[in-house]
Design a protein around this ligand. Structure first.
Ligand code: 1DF
Ligand code: MN
Length: 356
């Protein structure tokens, strides 16, 4: 067994832009503390933030210290890991565990805080717009404000909101705004909702280890099968964690979705204009957050194209310098590697292109 390489990665022929990086204003922790003190707490939220906010473990303490910082702690870690730039989003579940009024107002507060951080460090940070799906009209307005007033060009949504999925028509105003402003939506994981979590929770599999991926992959698939992308053909959704395994499912999804439609088995499974995998190829971008694994990355590039697979670290949850060395060392042609680390992110998040 060799020790992980934690040497500072040197300059590379590309910028390293990490695209699923989390932050949390300390004011959000105050709101979370109140939610956790209520008599009925969502079991996923209790398991996730209840843990990080109270555990004396090194992991929890490291994460809490990094999350709240948008200055020297974060920049120091980025320098140590060779990360040129972070695309930063409010950490999961963001405002989606809050009541509607709190969620709408706190999303604005968090976006203002993040915009300030980006203004302090404009060459190192870019931000995603947090929204409250609880109020789709307000969410659409916040996307407009985020783009026009705060200079942010992407949206973060942490999967389900109180057990509801964006495949429900009542949320589609959000997609309309995202398409109109050309802002991709990062569909980031959340813990499974109360009516799904029990079998995960009893085995300790509800979090990033597996529950996140199952729940978020399901959410993305519900978007596809509900016809969101037939209605909003330019909409772009970003998935982390190697597409929450959907590229690996593509063949079976295509076959079985077609078979299900043909047999009229469910009222809810309507014909789509295209195959499920066609939407993966045209309406999704995929990051390698949590999956610094060349074979999975190469497979995904093969399924959705080199222009749609991006680097992410998932700071501070997976702050692993050795993974940067592993990805730098991937046997991948230099043009594709530059797209992966730099140019795809510059295009998708509208970052002014920089030379090295
Ligand atoms: C964890 C992982 C937490 C990820 C996250 O946000 C998160 C974790 C609260 O390990 O508990 O974003 N992740 O994306 O893998
Ligand atoms: Mn994450």
């Amino acid at each position: 067994m060799s020790l992980p390489n934690t040497q500072r990665p040197g300059k590379a022929p590309y910028l390293r832009i990490a695209t699923e990086e989390a932050f949390c204003p300390s004011e959000m922790l105050d709101i979370y503390r109140n939610i956790l003190a209520q008599p009925h707490v969502d079991p996923g939220f209790q398991s996730l933030m209840g843990f990080y906010m109270s555990s004396p473990s090194e992991r929890a303490k490291h994460i809490m210290r990094c999350l709240t910082d948008l200055d020297q702690v974060r920049l120091g870690h980025m320098d140590d890991a060779g990360i040129d730039m972070q695309i930063i989003a409010l950490t999961s579940p963001g405002v989606q565990c809050m009541d509607t009024a709190t969620a709408v107002s706190f999303a604005k507060f968090a976006n203002d805080e993040l915009a300030e951080g980006v203004r302090r460090h404009p060459t190192r940070f870019a931000g995603m717009i947090a929204i409250a799906p609880q109020d789709p009209a307000a969410a659409a307005q916040e996307i407009e404000r985020g783009v026009n007033k705060l200079g942010m060009n992407s949206v973060i949504i942490n999967s389900h909101t109180h057990g509801e999925y964006l495949s429900d028509l009542k949320f589609w105003e959000i997609f309309e705004a995202a398409q109109a402003h050309d802002t991709p939506i990062y569909l980031h994981p959340n813990t499974p909702p109360a009516n799904m979590i029990q079998p995960f929770l009893e085995s300790g599999l509800d979090g990033a280890v597996y529950g996140f991926g199952v729940e978020t992959g399901l959410h993305a698939l519900k978007l596809i099968t509900s016809g969101v992308f037939d209605r909003f053909p330019k909409l772009q959704v970003i998935l982390g964690h190697m597409g929450e395994a959907l590229p690996f499912w593509a063949y079976r999804l295509d076959y079985m979705h077609a078979a299900t439609v043909r047999s009229n088995r469910y009222e809810s499974v309507k014909p789509l204009k295209r195959k499920p995998s066609d939407y993966l190829r045209d309406n999704f971008h995929i990051t390698c957050s949590g999956m610094a694994w060349h074979k999975a990355i190469a497979f995904t590039q093969d399924v959705v194209g080199e222009g749609r697979v991006l680097y992410a670290m998932d700071y501070p949850y997976q702050y692993a310098i050795d993974e940067v060395h592993a990805l730098d060392g991937m046997d991948m042609n230099p043009a594709a590697k530059k797209k992966f680390y730099q140019s795809n992110a510059e295009a998708l998040f509208k970052i002014p292109a920089r030379t090295l």
